[in-house]
Design a binder for this molecule. Structure first.
Ligand code: NDP
Length: 246
C-alpha cells in the first residue's frame, strides 16, 4: 500500500480553529504538511497553531474581507513558503425560512462561505499556476446538493461553491492545479450542536451507517484529495455523509 506523504507541502486551512477545519489541520500535519490556519479570532488562531507544533502558524483573517485575505496569504507565504494545498473550510450559518430571511443574513452567509473561497483561491492561484502544481479543496455541504428548509442562504452559498470549484478545475487543469469539493452530511461540531435531541435522533435514522459524522471523517477525505493518490481527480464532489443521501 502507498503511504500518503505530504512532507514539505504547505497547507492553508481557512476556519482551522475549530471543528472540521481543526481536524483537517491536524490530519494534514500528521501526514507531514506544514500548516497555516485562519479564523477571525487572532488569539485562538495563534493558540491552536502552537498546539499543532511543527512550526504551524495561525493568522487572524475574515475570509469575507479581500484585503485581510491577501494580507494573510502574504504572511503565510513569507513564513512557510508557497502554498501547495488550500482548504476553503471557513463557513457559517444564519438560518431562517425565506419569509424571515434578512438581506443581512443572506449577505453574511454568501460573503463568508462563497465570496470567501473566491478571495482565498484568487490569492493563491497565481503561485500554483507558476509552479504547475496545486490542490484546492472546498468544503461544501450535502445541503448544497439537495437544499434544506430554513437554509436558503446557506444552500445557495454551498451550491455556488460547487459551480465555482468546477470552473476553477477547468480553468487550471492545464497547469496541474486540481480543484475538488467535499460535501459533508451531518458532522458533530459547534455548528450543529444546537440541534434539538429529537431532530438529531431522526437524522440518525436517515444515516445508513447508523452514526453521526465526526470531523475526522471529513479530514480523512481532505487528506486523500490533497495527496498523490488523487492525481487524476478534478472538478468532483466527494460526499462524506455516512450514506445519508442515497
Ligand atoms: P464551526 O462553526 O465549528 O467552525 C467554523 C470555523 O470557520 C471556525 O474556525 C471559525 O472561526 C471559522 N469562520 C467562520 N466564519 C469565518 C469567516 N468569515 N472568516 C474566517 N473564518 C471563519 O463549523 P464546522 O467545523 O462544523 O464547519 C466547517 C465547514 O464545514 C463549514 O464550511 C461548514 O459549512 C461545513 N459543513 C459543516 C457541516 C456540519 O455538519 N458541521 C456539514 C456540511 C458542511 P472564527 O469563528 O474564529 O472565525
Amino acid at each position: 500500500m502507498r503511504a500518503i506523504d505530504l512532507e514539505g507541502k504547505v497547507a492553508l486551512v481557512t476556519g482551522g480553529t475549530r471543528g472540521i477545519g481543526l481536524a483537517i489541520a491536524r490530519t494534514l500535519a500528521a501526514a507531514g504538511a506544514r500548516i497555516a490556519l485562519t479564523g477571525r479570532d487572532a488569539a485562538r488562531a495563534g493558540e491552536v497553531a502552537s498546539g499543532l507544533g511543527s512550526g504551524a502558524v495561525g493568522v487572524a483573517c475574515d475570509v469575507a474581507d479581500a484585503a485581510q485575505v491577501d494580507a494573510a496569504v502574504a504572511e503565510v507565504e513569507r513564513t512557510l513558503g508557497p502554498i501547495d494545498i488550500l482548504v476553503n473550510n471557513a463557513g457559517l450559518t444564519r438560518d431562517n425560512i425565506l419569509l424571515r430571511l434578512s438581506e443581512e443574513d443572506w449577505d453574511t452567509v454568501l460573503d463568508a462561505n462563497l465570496k470567501g473561497a473566491f478571495h482565498t483561491t484568487r490569492a493563491v492561484i497565481k503561485g500554483m499556476m507558476k509552479r504547475r502544481s496545486g490542490r484546492i479543496i472546498n468544503i461544501t455541504s450535502i445541503v448544497g446538493l439537495i437544499g434544506n428548509k430554513g437554509q436558503a442562504n446557506y444552500a445557495a452559498s454551498k451550491a455556488g461553491l460547487i459551480g465555482f470549484t468546477k470552473s476553477i478545475a477547468k480553468e487550471y487543469a492545464s497547469r496541474n492545479v486540481l480543484a475538488n469539493c467535499i460535501a459533508p452530511g451531518f458532522i458533530e461540531t459547534d455548528m450543529t450542536s444546537a440541534l434539538p435531541e429529537e431532530a438529531r435522533a431522526s437524522l440518525l435514522q436517515a444515516i445508513a451507517l447508523g452514526r453521526l459524522g465526526q470531523a475526522g471523517d471529513v479530514a480523512d477525505a481532505v487528506l486523500f484529495l490533497a495527496s498523490g493518490l488523487s492525481g487524476y481527480i478534478t472538478g468532483q464532489v466527494l460526499v462524506v455523509d455516512g450514506g445519508m443521501v442515497l
